[in-house]
Design a protein around this ligand. Structure first.
Ligand SMILES: [Fe+2]
Length: 233
């Protein structure tokens, strides 16, 4: 068991056929079984909502959650399964906020969002502000993966001061996304800016890394350093 201190995962793509994650129900069950074997007992899975690419909403996500829960139970896997979403901060997301559409949340308050990997949303300040005004707590997914923000720790300090929680991908610490991302992940962790960790699990290649060699002890100690809030979920 590698992540005995993190039994709750709050970022993954386990609902079959909804996005670029698990493709079939068998994929989903296999990944969930392996996560359980690593020690996870609660999985809040977060399908992409990306207008024009992954057109999800409560109407696609909640029935898929229901089906997967039944399958997990029938397979005898003892894990708590929930779902929210990973919203790309695009025009569509803004329109949801403006229309006061209820968003899919983690624990009723947190909304997981991501930036484009190409460029930061110009009006991110306004969007985060509007999210907070609507009563949500924004969590920014994998801050270490936005190359255009590398080296800009102050940007993330300001975000956190504005009430945006930061979620690190565990795979980044393994170097899965390359050494630059790994370095940024370490900087964020060492600066005490990371509040949540996630697997961001999509497929078996990710699983093989997570289930492989454990992270070294100094990293595990940093993850246990008191800033990480997964256990509150
Ligand atoms: Fe993700």
């Amino acid at each position: 068991m590698h992540f005995e201190m993190y039994r709750q995962d709050m970022h993954s793509h386990l609902l079959p056929g909804l996005d670029d994650g698990a493709k079939t129900l068998e994929d989903s069950l296999s990944l969930i079984r392996q996560l359980r074997a690593l020690g996870y007992t609660k999985l809040i899975t977060t399908p992409h909502i990306m207008s024009g690419i992954h057109n999800n909403d409560a109407g696609t996500i909640l029935p898929a959650l229901d089906n997967l829960r039944k399958a997990v139970e029938a397979a005898g896997i003892d894990v708590e399964l929930d779902a929210a979403a990973e919203y790309l901060m695009d025009d569509y997301f803004e329109s949801l906020l403006e229309g006061r559409e209820p968003l899919l949340t983690i624990n009723g308050q947190y909304v997981l969002v991501e930036f484009s990997f190409v460029a930061m949303p110009m009006n991110y300040r306004t969007i985060f502000f509007n999210l907070k005004m609507a009563g949500y707590e924004p969590i920014l997914a994998h801050p270490e993966r936005y190359m255009y923000l590398h080296g800009d720790l102050d940007f993330y300090r300001e975000l956190q001061e504005a009430g945006v929680h930061l979620q690190l991908n565990i795979l980044s610490l393994y170097g899965y996304y390359g050494s630059r991302v790994q370095k940024m992940a370490l900087q964020l962790l060492e600066a005490g800016l990371v509040e949540f960790t996630g697997t961001d699990l999509h497929h078996q290649r990710h699983m093989n890394v997570l289930a492989g060699k454990p992270l070294d002890a100094s990293l595990r100690a940093k993850l246990a350093g008191g800033f990480i809030k997964n256990e509150l979920l």
